[in-house]
Design a protein around this ligand. Structure first.
Ligand SMILES: [Zn+2]
Length: 131
């Protein structure tokens, strides 16, 4: 039991350290867009349109923004968004770990309480047999 708690504490510690390190995570999402140019007879009127164009949608502290990205920036944005996904996956793992720790500690406490009750009972029985 103690070993399992210790293992989870170690993993929790590493996770929190990694989460704190991940400063350069990107808030936002990458949106793929196709445009229509408005020229009469252009194929974009029928099909999916010109593009794709990549737009980075960011929202931080209540301010939203859209930025069009060139090809080089798209790769960068994908990398950052991948980091964000990994960050969120670590956060989810941390929640699971915390819940496991609480469950383990509760079970540990219950087993101790059970032993304590047994101990008290045997003390009382010994007491009674003396009387
Ligand atoms: Zn067009």
């Amino acid at each position: 039991m103690r070993e399992r708690v210790r293992a989870r504490l170690a993993e929790q510690h590493d996770l929190v350290r990694d989460l704190l390190r991940e400063q350069a995570q990107l808030q936002g999402s990458l949106i793929r867009r196709f445009g229509r140019c408005g020229k009469a007879g252009c194929a974009c009127r029928e099909g999916r349109g010109h593009g794709p164009y990549y737009v980075l949608s960011t929202r931080s502290a209540g301010t939203g923004g859209f930025t069009y990205l060139d090809a080089a920036r798209v790769a960068q944005a994908r990398e950052l968004l991948g980091r964000k996904r990994r960050y969120q996956a670590r956060l989810r793992r941390l929640r699971v770990l915390n819940a496991e720790l609480v469950r383990l500690l509760r079970r540990y406490q219950q087993s101790l309480a059970g032993q304590g009750a047994k101990h008290v009972r045997s003390l009382l029985e010994r007491q009674e047999s003396k009387n």
